[in-house]
Unconditional design. Sequence first.
Length: 186
Amino acid sequence: MTLHNEIIKHYEDIWESKASIIIPTKGRINELPKNFCVLEFAPTETRNMWTYGTCCMSGIEDLNPIEIHLFSLRKDSDLVEILTAVTHYHKNESTLGLNHIVNFGKPWQENSKCSHGFISLPYLDGPLLENMQSPDFDNKVVKFYWLIPVTISEVDFVKTHGVEALEEKFELASFDYLDTHRDSVV
């Protein structure tokens, strides 16, 4: 089984849903990994949201391979563009990892105040999603992280107070990670 197929199977097994494979057509796609695509998962009885995840964001040459995903209340091809841009940044500018923040360069959706993404542990799915050991990846563990849309004030808060402080604010506010018009928690 190829790494590409292993990643798809991993997501599908955890989310108990079949992925639609989307090959990006916008952006500098010629500078992306050969097998890169974005997987789209429709809502199910147990998951009431759309889910978008990278596939082959990392390659065998990566020391700490990652894949990322994000959630949405609606089907949205702009999220494919965001994940493609984040992957391009990861492969061509600066390696990303847990607790890093990326600038989307535009609102997450519609007129959202969230224009950045915070790479977090996959709290909704836990270690079963987070860790995939791959024989096709020299037995490296591929980490699957959640890309949480955040506001610029939340980004500034992390710079001053740290990641744990932001996560505490999220928890105290019971923030709705699917609300595109949510206010900042800080």
